[in-house]
Design a protein around this ligand. Structure first.
Ligand SMILES: Cc1cc2nc3c(=O)[nH]c(=O)nc-3n(C[C@H](O)[C@H](O)[C@H](O)COP(=O)(O)OP(=O)(O)OC[C@H]3O[C@@H](n4cnc5c(N)ncnc54)[C@H](O)[C@@H]3O)c2cc1C
Length: 378
């Protein structure tokens, strides 16, 4: 009888949980280490595209994750006054659901637990070694066939294999929050308003709450001010209606970063999720890509007996699509955040033109249209 193979995973974020569950379903003994004392997810809503939704179906987490989610029909970019610059239909293969992040996270935790994943909180991973060892802060060494680094954008563990290639700390940061829904709120249209280098996004989320993002240049003190100054945002976005008066407490301002790695795999170590390819969330694809990369990783190491070889093949197969999505997300951020102020009207013209082009639509949606390995039936 073949022996059960062991996986040790650092980081119980969306990437770590999805991989852990799939590996457990495929017969692996999986330990998942989370440094925080409890499993909690910061964030408001999350865009789940078809590739992410197929992954959730494969994991058995779809129903619980999306039970309260809005089904969004259109993604619209408008200028500060509300005039449309770009509009994209979100039907069929470009389906997008928008649940609260907490629902998604809890659904994944429940599936991981049901699959028999051993989840340890307050378990800080100190280092990983390519021969297949994960070392905890207290010094405990845990040998495994597969060791996964899924410790997020600011990963320290990826430096154990000198993986970081390039990082851009970007020019944008922002607040995410859930606000009470009002009867006149759109229920199926995301509107992203652009005004200079600032943006606000209105995302329909559940019956009771909607998700708002307020973003702007990192060096803009008024845009970063807490509590949020509704007058400042109203002035910049007269077309965005009265949503700013609903903005209450904010707890966290996130910087939008882009990280690229030299490699995703070395020996028995794989790097996954934001640790491998944190990208600006402009296409709402970062977690969705982490999901499909996780599904392919689980399939690759299960099918082959040589884990290092399987990981190299996994990286070679998955990386081109992730690179594409990351590149498009990054360029989108450049257009929003670094466009010269002196030629701003040209940006509006550009966006109106791009919205009519098939290749642009294909470029934006290539990640969403990818079918994650193992999920062809859904
Ligand atoms: C404003 C914003 C909006 C976004 N919107 C979307 C969206 O709509 N759709 C989408 O697909 N993506 C979106 N994203 C991106 C998405 O949130 C991330 O890609 C995803 O959460 C990354 O998951 P992860 O598991 O790789 O990393 P993380 O969520 O960062 O998880 C890493 C985990 O590892 C733990 N950890 C760290 N170090 C250690 C250690 N040494 N030992 C043990 N545990 C450790 C951390 O505590 C954390 O729990 C958005 C991001 C931002 C900033």
């Amino acid at each position: 009888m073949s022996k059960t193979r062991r996986a040790e995973i650092a980081g119980a974020g969306l990437a770590g949980l999805a991989l852990a569950t799939r590996l457990a379903h495929l017969g692996w003994h999986v330990s998942l280490h989370e440094r925080s004392a409890d499993l909690r997810m910061f964030g408001s809503g999350i865009w789940l595209w078809e590739n992410g939704l197929k992954t959730l179906q494969l994991l058995g987490a779809y129903e619980a994750a999306t039970a309260r989610a809005r089904h969004v029909k259109e993604w619209r970019i408008a200028d500060g006054s509300g005039a449309t610059l770009y509009s994209k239909s979100l039907e069929g293969r470009d389906r997008l659901l928008l649940p609260p992040r907490a629902d998604l996270y809890q659904a994944l935790i429940d599936r991981a637990t049901a699959a028999g994943v051993h989840v340890s909180t307050s378990s800080v991973v100190a280092s990983v070694r390519p021969e297949g060892v994960l070392v905890l802060e207290g010094g405990e060494q845990r040998p495994a066939d597969l060791v996964v680094v899924a410790d997020g954008a600011y990963s320290r563990l990826r430096e154990n294999i000198m993986a970081t290639a390039w990082s851009d700390m970007g020019t944008e940061g922002g607040f995410r929050l859930l606000v009470p829904a009002e009867p006149d709120d759109p229920t199926d249209i995301i509107t992203e308003y652009w005004s200079g280098h600032w943006r606000v996004m209105f995302n329909p989320c559940t019956d009771g709450e909607n998700y708002i993002y307020l973003g702007g240049p990192v060096n803009d003190a008024r845009g970063r001010a807490v509590p949020i100054d509704p007058a400042f945002w109203r002035e910049r976005f007269p077309g965005a209606g009265e949503m700013f008066s609903r903005v209450g407490q904010v707890s966290r301002w996130d910087r939008i970063v882009n990280m690229r790695t030299r490699l995703w795999a070395d020996g028995h170590i794989a790097i996954l999720g934001d640790a491998a390819n944190a990208m600006p969330p402009n296409l709402g694809q970062s977690a969705n890509m982490a999901f499909s990369n996780a599904m392919a990783l689980a399939m690759a190491v299960t099918a082959g007996s040589d884990v290092p070889g399987s990981l190299r093949a996994w990286e070679a197969r998955q990386r081109p699509l992730t690179d594409h999505v990351q590149h498009w997300s990054y360029v989108y951020g450049l257009i929003l955040g670094r466009w010269p102020a002196s030629i701003m009207p040209l940006r509006s013209d550009l966006m109106r033109m791009l919205g009519k082009m098939e290749w642009f639509d294909e470029g934006i949606c290539r990640g969403a249209r990818h079918v994650p390995e193992g999920s062809a039936l859904f």
